[in-house]
Design a protein around this ligand. Structure first.
Ligand code: GUN
Length: 376
């Protein structure tokens, strides 16, 4: 086994300290960490934003296959699954337009000029156009006031053509992020970040949430559509952020998995990981989880999108996940690549959430996240 727990904790601490650099939009920095506990909403958001870059970037290096990496794991193809979901959303949107005369509307609020956020928002808008949604863009400079943002959210709440509102995170430090998110009408909370949606997701016997955070929902779809059984399985989630770790752990628990959530204060992370039938890595530290830690035949869902220096790539860096793909692919039974795994799913699930909120506005049943026995 490579790496002692103490070494790992040092790496986590180091990676946490790098989070601020990444938050400044420096995508080519080597390793980033989002697992900072309570502050993780903004830090872990880095991963899903950056993950989204892969969806449109045709300049990315080819996705490594498990075979190419010398391992036997089957690849879980996030690009293919996300494409299937977007096609389903488009078909359902066409029906909604024809039969009910409404076009789902997605409003995206973007503050500042961060490269990663701007790219992510551009991709969301492109996906929205492809599935036939109405799009509303609200772009502000970094110096926007909190009041201006609150006024904008209220204006969007009142706009009948808008069924879904997304405020791209992180917001500049002078803005109280939670106040802005709280201002979003729950019926338009497309990220599923509101206390009501998160609460209903977590409550046993709660009402179905109106939306589920997009990246966790994407992880569940990847498992479901790859035929991975979850019930009774040991799952280890590495990372406890509000955007990924926390919600994905609750979703998996609701599917009758036995879930352990590991984080920067976890002792002996390799020992926890080695017990897992399914590992969800959402910690934001480049290639931190090693193949040697894994249980043979396990399923690896790698949410992380980090960059590492490269002598061969003309950009000087390449993307990598939180899992050391090369060693993991030799041990795991199935694995998501980075790029091309979880990243494309975040946007596909945003499309699905938008469609569902439009359906909800007409009191139509939403399309469930999971097909069987699902309250979602
Ligand atoms: N920034 C990074 N990921 C996300 C996300 O899923 N939703 C929002 N609103 N902002 C993000």
């Amino acid at each position: 086994m490579r790496g002692t727990p103490r070494l790992l904790l040092r790496r986590l601490a180091l990676a946490s300290s790098l989070g601020a650099g990444v938050a400044a939009g420096l995508l080519h920095r080597p390793a980033v960490c989002r697992d900072a506990g309570s502050q993780a909403l903004s830090l872990e958001s880095i991963s899903s934003r950056v993950a989204a870059l892969e969806v449109i970037s045709r300049a990315q290096p080819a996705v490594a296959t498990a075979t190419g990496a010398g391992g036997g794991a089957e690849l879980i193809d996030g690009r293919k699954i996300a494409g299937d979901i977007r096609s389903e959303v488009k078909a359902a949107t066409d029906v909604l337009k024809q039969e009910h005369g409404i076009t789902p509307g997605l409003a995206v609020v973007l503050v500042g000029a961060r490269t990663d956020s701007s790219t992510y928002v551009r991709m969301k808008k492109r996906a929205a156009a492809e599935v036939g949604f109405h799009s509303v863009d609200k772009n502000f400079s970094e110096s926007v006031s909190q009041q201006q943002l609150l006024d904008t959210v209220r204006e969007l709440n009142a706009d009948p053509a808008v069924h879904a509102i997304l405020v791209q995170l992180p917001l500049p430090s002078h803005i109280d992020e939670s106040k802005v998110l709280e201002a979003i009408d729950v019926a338009k909370d497309v990220d599923g970040f509101s206390a009501s949606n998160i609460g209903n997701m977590c409550l046993r016997g709660g009402k179905p949430p109106l939306a589920i955070p997009c990246t966790p929902a994407g992880c569940i779809e990847l498992l479901q559509r790859s035929g991975v059984p979850v019930k009774g399985q040991e799952v280890v989630v590495v990372g406890r952020s509000n955007i990924v770790g926390m919600p994905v752990a609750h979703l998996l628990q609701s599917m009758d998995a036995t879930v352990t959530v590991c984080h920067s204060r976890t002792r002996d992370l390799p020992a926890h990981v080695s017990r897992a039938d399914i590992v969800v890595a959402a910690v934001g530290a480049a290639e931190m989880i090693k193949g040697e830690w894994l249980k043979p035949g396990c399923v690896v869902i790698d949410v992380g999108v980090n960059s590492k220096p490269s002598d061969t790539d003309k950009r000087g860096y390449v993307l990598c996940g939180d899992v050391d793909f090369e060693s993991a692919a030799q041990v795991a039974g199935k694995i998501t690549p980075v790029p091309g795994g979880v990243g494309p799913m975040t946007i596909a699930m945003l499309m699905k959430n938008t469609l569902n909120l439009a359906r909800h506005s007409l009191q139509l049943p939403r399309q469930p996240l999971r097909r069987q026995n699902s309250k979602y």
